[in-house]
Write a protein that binds this ligand. Sequence first.
Ligand code: ADP
Ligand code: MG
Length: 842
Amino acid sequence: MEIIHQTPMMKQYFSIKADHPDAFLFYRLGDFYELFFEDAQIVAKELELTLTSKNGKNAEHPIPMCGVPHHSAAIYIEQLIEKGFNVAICEQMEDPKATKGLVKREVIQVITPGTYMAALGDKENRYLVAVTNHPLGYGVARGDVTTGESWLTTLPTREAVRREMEGLLPNEVLVSDERLKDVLAPLGIPLSVQTDRIDSDLAVDARDEAQRDAFALLYAYLTRTQKRSLDHLQPAVAYEVEQHMQLDANTARNLELFRSARSGERKGSLLALLDETTTAMGGRLLKRWLEQPLYTEGAIEARLDAVENLLDDFMLRDQLREQLKYVYDIERLVAKVGYGTANARDLVQLRDTLSRIPDVRALLQAVTASRLRQIDAELDSFEELAELLHRALVDAPPISTKEGGMIREGYSSELDELLEAKANGKTWIANLEQQERLATGIKSLKIGYNRVFGYYLEVTKANAKLLEEGRYERKQTLTNAERYVTPELKEKEALILGAEEKSCTLEYDLFVALRDEVKRETKPLQRLARSLSELDVLLSLAIVAEKRDYVRPTTAKHVQIDRGRHPVIETVLGRGEYVANDLTLDDSRRMLLITGPNMSGKSTYMRQFALIAIMHQIGSFVPAEAAELPLFDRIFTRIGAADDLVSGQSTFMVEMTETRQAVTEATEHSLILLDEIGRGTSTYDGMALAQAIVEYIAATIGAKTLFSTHYHELTVLEQTISTLENVHVRAVERDGRVVFLHEVHPGKADKSYGIHVAELADLPADLIDRARSILEHLEAEPAPDEAKRETRPTSETDVAQLSLFEKSDSLTDELLALDLLAMNPIEAMQALYALQQAAKKG
Ligand code: ADP
Ligand code: MG
């Protein structure tokens, strides 16, 4: 750096900045945080702040600078964090007024996307994940500093790590080596390579060294960045991926578990539908339940018992919910207390929450389900703490902890005396005003206060001459008035201000002592938070079950769903509009091949089943009249239909990669949904693959499989694969038009309604007529499975003829298969373009 920058302050800046190359350094300078050099340039741009120069714009080597006021810095910091940046907060460690020369400064915290203390009441967890590459496997430690929770697991491959991260979408990831970084970089999550490790007792539950190693990486990072007590961190919970139903990110997206595919919003997702939670903690827990549905019958039944118990008792449900409305986000409150950032309002929220517990417990006396009985037993109302908080804090304290107004009268006699002295002083001053008006005869005389001069008597210029000489001491002259003081007034002022300062300091000390008192209860309060969240989630599931008319599913060996519904679509269409359907699967009938025209409801039927299975395994009631279901270890989905074009990412390679995942990783306990596989390539190519996939699953996996297809030719597989059966979604023709019934029936669909749909979409009549005649022509040809699958071309001419035939056939097929109603103009253009390209190729 040029010599010109080497003022003592800039030297200090450089040495601090050198320790924090990956963070914007918020350098405290009086009432501002200032940023310099590149930090300033980037931040000014990101936050639209004015970029200035520390040494003047015209300096030979201007130092770029921008700043934010310290009292409103939080909002700027949050914006930077949400954009994925890190911020190092550098404070003045001594009082500048009391210091000669350069003030000592230190970074007191580095805030990163994964460690940001998100707002109370947020229904999303904030995950910081550490992944280490250990000989035993990939250790994964996932923590949420805002709640103090963490989890550990070990994954076998980098691919599994990528999938896990894709599913979790953490706020920040730490990895132990560059190769992991390369694998995860495409996810676009803030990511860094870290090497420091600190062992911690919190990892007692770790199952192996890989997990311990990952936690050590996480813990070292937290220690280094947060630079404060981490007492609120709870022991990490180890889980094995096998304990849960595994859902990868792709499946979660296809089934719209957390976000709607169309809008990308939470609204329209299964989560949003199930979320009737009242507390933010419950909202976060519900999401975690959905991220990791159970795979153990006992745990599922325990939840279902609890939901049923709450469902059966309307009064109980209603009253519990009413109580939970007053339960605040104590999980995060406790974390703030641990961090030393909780204010009096936070403690009042805690107090109000605690005061509800006795009522909650009283209500729970009526429950019988064992999980609820257990929750009741775990609830502690912390009477002493609640009473202390009640005695100590006023009902509506200010946000600031430094300006008094927090402590209730009667809690501290010392404080009460100070406040009384202050009040007396103020009364005395108020009386003085009256007194002096009488004495001087000046009715407009008044007493005022400002920060610079303190208390003063004010008299208008016109009246000033009425004052007797020497009555007051002149202090300040304004345009229209004179301001005076008296020795007595100054004396009272000193008393008031002294009392005020002392009382504020005292209040702050009392408050901090109180906060420390709460901090001592960190662990039990976190247990309380856990129990309340679970109660909230169970209640939410009961409320949804009641509101949506769901039924309790039974765990069985087979699948028998009577009149099942798609939970989300039925709410969009209205219950009366939605056509319910049955589904039966067992060991002799493991696969369904679903045919039916476009828009008839094939995809919906498949997804509906997967959603019902997931709901069962989180312990929820399900949208059906009756449901018997086995436990699924994983759900795989491959949606190859037009549905996927919406997201613009359907390439045939993606389709095949996802299929590979399903056929290599599924077990006989898995559920596989393959929706119109093979659509991304030419007809025969796609059809051959589709058939091979079905055969492979049937022969070597045995997973329960729903397979929808627009290849009617595949329906013959029913004859050769004993565990496969055809079903079709019915549509009927009325007056030359298609009417979709959305009813699923045994057997294959007998006719393609593509042309009718095209007609519905008002394609030109000539075109429709032409399509009809082509179809007739094609139907007159031998069926492709007879004609070509068996026969091998024998001569050059045969090959040429065959490929010609194939081309026109496949083009027509593709044209017919276009789901015009579901396409927007751009998609239609793309499809047309692809057809034209294919035509040119031949
Ligand atoms: P396909 O996959 O056969 O092309 P979809 O499953 O995408 O058809 O369904 C198309 C539309 O039909 C859905 O968006 C929905 O509005 C409606 N639909 C599907 N199934 C049903 C049903 N069971 N009851 C009522 N409407 C349905
Ligand atoms: Mg479909």
